[in-house]
Design a protein around this ligand. Sequence first.
Ligand code: NAD
Length: 557
Amino acid sequence: PTASSTSGPREVRAPRGSTMQCRGWEQEAALRMLMNNLDPDVAERPDDLVVYGGTGRAARSWEAFDAIVRTLRTMANDETLLVQSGKPVAVFRTHEDAPRVLIANGNLVGRWANWDEFRRLERAGLTMYGQMTAGSWIYIGSQGIVQGTYETFGAVATRHFGGTLEGRLVVTAGLGGMGGAQPLAAAMHGAAILGVDVDASRIMKRIETRYCDRMTYSLDEALAWLGAAQAERRGLSVGLVGNAAEVLPELVRRGITPDVVTDQTSAHDMLVGYVPVGMSLAEAAVLRGSDPAGYIARSTASVVDHVRAMRTMQDRGAIAFDYGNNIRTVAFDAGIDDAFRIPGFVPEYVRPLFCEGKGPFRWVALSGDPADIARTDELVLELFPHDAQLRRWIELARERIAFQGLPARICWLGQGDRARFALALNDLVARGEVSAPIVIGRDHLDTGSVASPFRETEAMRDGSDAIADWAILNALLNVASGASWVSFHHGGGVGIGNSLHAGQVIVADGTDRMRRRLERVLTNDPGIGVARHADAGYDIAIATAAREHIRLPMLER
Ligand code: NAD
């Protein structure tokens, strides 16, 4: 459907069905997943090859896209394609168990690892920003962020509230691209959640996609709805049109202390991402253009009020955390000395999961048939019947998550379980219970694959936040273990200069050969995450390594 001799924007959708265009399912899978990343139902700006996250691209140019497709269609089963920042640069003879594609995106030597230099090189046509799963061809749409947020709220529930948020009030702000997953994810845990956003259109969008249940301009009305839901221990999300720097202090004045308070306004960018109190969106846009410094002074003053209210709620007993938007730092720099009493969400809630090898594991039905994913949903429930949080996620995801592009599912599985599940998927393919092979991959945001001191590796116990060796070892190990494609990127999530990270994708085609590779990859890939955290001194990781027989020489005697 995409064969075109002129290289330029066009509509791209992955082929469906059980007939290959390529010479092997691994090449076919890479082809379909590249195209799926650019599907108009998946990508944010497909004409520019932008998949998500600012300028995260699937290929450097349409010429490069065409050359990748052409090459994948003709490559033999013992060859490996090399992709350098979204451009196919060479094909080498390797062997059948080697990856079919190796990808390096956006990597720069440390001294040159800044946005200015990156943009200069990008303009010169020499590099591309790959984000995490854009340039590595395993983005599956907004299901990923919903699931990640579900896990975070699930960890909050487990740690503080006996495993559920039923009857609890959660207060947050920012219902944008990522933050818009909060209402659905929290309500899935039974919470009554108030999501404040200054922009009514952002809330409307969440209502349309059923990520948010109700919308109002009145705080009193919102609190009445939420109070009723809390009393009935019923999950409910309410989007309130308002400014967080006004609404949260008002809650404090009224003596209302939520059980949980967090925030996902775009406070990492005080000029574009955070609207000051007392201004309409239109007035904000004018001031932003006419007096940027004045704008930042006003938005910063608002963040101070906002964080002060969060801190007061925390002092009154709320569980507060920073959700990766840097709001603590803005407030701290503006004089709120105790802003960092609000912990970051990774060290607090995600790291304990990483220590067990848990992370965002995902799979995609290459057939394009939703029935195939329905069968795999059943498989998760059959294999892990005792994991109540996982069951809840699968049941609600089936009902609430609309597929974008090829049908896909995501859940967090840990060391041992990922390999078990992958082998069971391969068996499903072998028995013909699904109509085509299944692709298994993950986000680069995972236990052993990322070095990112502002996010995934913030405040490591041994101070190893900026050590990037582990991400490189992860990529090398996935090549050695026989993944179908392996990628190594720079700058995903938190921007150029701030992160280095690796990804792997592997195809379950039902053969014994892939069975052996799946067993190795899905054991070793999370395994290095357990090893990384054990090395940093985390007890849970040390115990997980012992239980799962991961050999750690420095802990042997
Ligand atoms: P976005 O820009 O799409 O959405 C931000 C929203 O905040 C907008 O809807 C905007 O109207 C609203 N907003 C701005 N000022 C406000 C105010 N004063 N009161 C109420 N609402 C206000 O951004 P996004 O993609 O949703 O991401 C939000 C933030 O969360 C970013 O800083 C992002 O980096 C961070 N984030 C971090 C992680 C992580 O660390 N894993 C994950 C997701 C998002």
